[in-house]
Design a protein around this ligand. Structure first.
Ligand code: NI
Ligand code: MN
Length: 229
């Protein structure tokens, strides 16, 4: 039975048996985070795109754990050049790992990394992740706007848990995230990417109410708490 722990923003720890994965580690710079990057124990680090609020602790966590970074090709190559073990993938591609299967989805967003130059460094396209392990499928949407292909993703996958941004401004807000739940039709939707910064203030309880009013299921997972599914 997989266990998903919310670490704040878009960071989640996913544990199934002896397998440990982290999504989008952003801990050292997140005032709401309750765990330190140094304390994370994982085998794999999944990074949706190069923005600091998704990738900031990825290289350090990967090196600390001799873990493999799974990311879109351009971002993975960069992490590899920084001395990390990497498994590059790209949108539409799936691969079987020792823990289960990962498929990359589209995400409508950017993926530049601020490496200190005047312009951001190109890190390719952002992605979402479909992760299947222990007989369950988790969809981490990454940072994205609403897109109609979510309906296709929902038709082609039995999604147990969908992790969806609701913070608006950079990603879907609540209106579009509720529509995303209708398209994806997951067993359960969890909100993410809200309240970390003022510009993404959003009420996760309103998201849950609206999803339930649409006849679907959602809940708020507090930072530091875990869900077994
Ligand atoms: Ni972003
Ligand atoms: Mn973001």
């Amino acid at each position: 039975m997989p266990e998903l722990t919310y670490l704040g923003h878009d960071a989640f720890l996913l544990v199934e048996g002896s397998h440990r994965l982290i999504f989008d580690p952003f801990l050292s710079g997140n005032p709401l985070a309750t765990v330190k990057a140094d304390d994370i124990k994982v085998d794999y680090v999944l990074i949706t795109h190069g923005h600091g609020d998704h990738s900031a602790d990825g290289i350090a966590i990967a090196k600390n754990n001799d873990a493999v970074i799974i990311a879109p090709y351009e971002l993975a190559v960069y992490c590899g050049n920084m001395g990390c073990r990497v498994h590059p993938m790209h949108i539409g591609g799936a691969h079987d790992f020792d823990f289960g299967r990962i498929k990359l989805t589209i995400a409508h967003h950017g993926s530049g990394a601020d490496l200190g130059g005047k312009a951001l460094a190109y890190m390719g396209n952002p992605c979402g992740f479909l992760v299947t392990l222990g007989g369950k499928t988790i969809y981490h949407a990454g940072d994205t706007g609403l897109f109609y292909d979510m309906k296709l993703i929902g038709e082609m996958n039995c999604i147990d848990v969908a992790l969806l941004p609701i913070g608006d401004n950079f990603t879907m807000g609540i209106d579009d995230a509720v529509k995303a739940v209708e398209f994806l039709d997951p067993v359960l939707a969890l909100p993410m990417h809200y309240n970390t910064f003022d510009v993404i203030r959003s009420d996760p309880a309103e998201f849950v109410r609206r999803v339930q009013a649409a006849g679907k299921h959602a809940q708020v997972l507090d930072i530091g708490t875990a869900l077994r599914f």
